[in-house]
Design a protein around this ligand. Structure first.
Ligand code: ZN
Ligand code: ZN
Length: 248
């Protein structure tokens, strides 16, 4: 059996991350950091529609803080269909994504994407208000975390213990299973941008239909409530060049 020796830990400098929290303060019309609310869409992008034709739900949007490497200053938006709630399981384990994988992802059980996740810096104005969720101000609380790698002796095998399981932007992924990496269709190695732990519920407006397969009657979840790791293209080759890795 391999034992991890703390003396062999390699600590890297603190990595900035921001915890994502709900202030429970109603969003104001021009808010850029919101649960629900009025999406600030990329130039030329309409409100996203699922392949089934349903308008997607804006779960949250936020301005990525300037000290987050490669993505600071971007605006992140996370949408998912109100009807389709599933894990996005790739049909084959391939690191390299094809071109335009965000539209026709090769996943089990769906002919197209039931989510749309976007990043942009366009000087656009807020669209109309998301009807499913009550718009609420989202707060980003700065903190740092330290990466620690545990070396496992002469075999050279490395056990990696990094990142905490929190709803956060930046920082390090807290993998529940083996780390996953992907290359964007443009060839760039995708980087971790945002993480959600399991079963984060997004409170729904009273009177809205219950989300299929949600564990809550009064809240919606993303991707069945799996732990979510957003990997994004650091080259910004397309606003939707973001992939949701899911683990449980
Ligand atoms: Zn749908
Ligand atoms: Zn790319």
């Amino acid at each position: 059996m391999t034992s991890f020796a703390p003396s062999a830990a390699v600590r890297r400098p603190d990595v900035p991350r921001y915890l994502v929290e709900d202030s429970h303060v109603p969003a104001s019309p021009g808010s850029r950091n919101t649960f629900g609310g009025r999406p600030i869409l990329p130039e030329g992008e309409d409100w996203p529609e699922c392949y089934c034709g349903a308008w997607m739900v804006l779960f949250f949007q936020l301005d990525v803080p300037p000290d987050i490497p490669r993505f600071g200053g971007d605006h992140l938006l996370v949408f998912q269909c109100p009807v389709h709630n599933d894990a996005a399981c790739l049909r084959e384990k391939s690191e390299q994504f094809p071109r335009r994988y965000w539209e026709k992802p090769r996943i089990w059980g769906h002919p197209g994407a039931f989510w749309r996740i976007m990043l942009h810096r366009d000087p656009t104005v807020p669209a109309e208000e998301e009807p499913h969720l009550p718009g609420s101000e989202l707060v980003l609380r700065p903190e740092c975390e330290t990466e620690t790698r545990w070396r496992a002796g002469p075999s050279g095998e490395t056990g990696v213990s990094v990142g905490r399981s929190e709803f956060k932007v930046g920082g390090l992924p807290h993998w529940q299973q083996d780390p996953e990496s992907h290359r964007c269709g443009c060839g760039a190695e995708m980087l971790f941008l945002c993480g959600l732990p399991e079963d984060v519920g997004f409170e729904s407006r009273p009177g809205q239909p219950e989300q299929p397969d949600s564990s809550y009657s009064d809240a919606y979840v993303l991707f069945l409530g799996n732990a979510l790791y957003l990997l994004a293209c650091p080259e910004h080759c397309h606003p939707a060049a973001v992939w949701p890795v899911l683990q449980r």
